[in-house]
Design a protein around this ligand. Structure first.
Ligand code: HEM
Length: 266
């Protein structure tokens, strides 16, 4: 199964053009959903106005080299390792889900656009990337959803309580899980049986929900978070500190604060 390109087998019944069009429509849905979200929340407008205001209180004008270095360090740490999540389970689960999704999406695009016909030979690295990515996403996303999300971890809500905020993580896990199940059943060559087709339909529906739900879900955080991290680090480097008060010129003695005990007051 792990060496099979499920899309090339699918091309015997569904035209590669239809598959490629589906991917393009999904990409357009992400762009439209994010733009509508930006217009509705006015978050990007606020972000740039705030950055402009902060620039006025900058203590130092950064050279292009310094700015590039801050951006590269932010990409290497804040973005690539999601350092905002600190050390621990939350970060490991997120990294599993994030890199899993990136591998799964890259694998899908390459196989659908470059190795789409049943006669083309797919280098086995691409199906492996696709399947491993899907497994990582299911593991990371389920770990987060069943155990780590705040309403379960800190507020004692049962794991099966579903709210709108779960749309992104659930659609993400569902699309990877249904993709895996479809590929597995397809690899069994069941011919006239219906099992793999059911999972193919569920795979398509979960992708429609994932990409069509960008406006209502947390999907766009994967664009906002990197932007905010770059702005925060630039503001630290130029001394504007996002208009926050300067750090006190005294030893850092704050006590344990919220780290005194885990937030489980229920
Ligand atoms: C392909 C890229 C990404 C994927 C698939 C992804 C996936 C996820 C998922 C499934 C969640 C849980 C959402 C929920 O609360 O229901 C999440 C939360 C989060 N993500 Fe991402 N993410 C991506 C990129 C990023 C990036 C680039 C950053 C930061 C620079 C980031 C930072 C966060 C943070 C801080 C949370 C909140 C975690 C928590 O509540 O424990 N993510 N992400």
């Amino acid at each position: 199964m792990i060496n099979n390109n499920p899309f090339s087998i699918l091309s015997e019944t569904v035209s590669p053009l239809a598959m490629q069009s589906f991917v393009i429509v999904m990409g357009l849905l992400v762009i439209i959903g994010t733009l509508v979200d930006i217009i509705h929340k006015k978050n990007v407008k606020y972000f740039f106005e705030n950055a402009k205001k902060a620039k006025k209180s900058a203590k130092k004008i950064l050279t292009t080299g310094e700015k590039t270095s801050v951006v590269l360090k932010t990409i290497a740490s804040d973005i690539a390792t999601t350092s905002e999540l600190g050390a621990g389970k939350r970060r490991i689960a997120h990294l599993l889900g994030m890199y899993g999704t990136i591998l799964f999406w890259i694998g899908s695009v390459v196989m659908i656009f470059c190795y789409h016909s049943s006669s083309s030979v797919t280098p086995s690295v691409w199906p492996i990337i696709w399947h491993v990515g899907a497994i990582m996403t299911v593991l990371g996303g389920s770990w987060f959803w069943f155990f780590l999300r705040v309403d379960v971890y800190s507020e004692a809500q049962p794991w099966y309580r579903i709210i709108k905020a779960d749309l992104f993580v659930l659609a993400l896990v569902a699309s990877s899980f249904f993709g895996l199940a479809w590929s597995f059943l397809q690899s069994l060559s069941l011919n006239d049986r219906w099992d793999d087709k059911v999972f193919l339909i569920l795979f398509v529906i979960s992708n429609l929900v994932l990409f069509g739900g960008v406006y209502w879900s947390k999907f766009a955080h994967m664009f906002y978070k990197p932007g905010a991290a770059i702005q925060k680090n630039l503001a630290e480097a130029d001394g504007s500190m996002d208009n926050l008060p300067p750090p006190a010129d005294a030893p850092e003695k704050f006590g344990l604060g919220i780290k005194r005990e885990a937030p489980k007051h229920y």
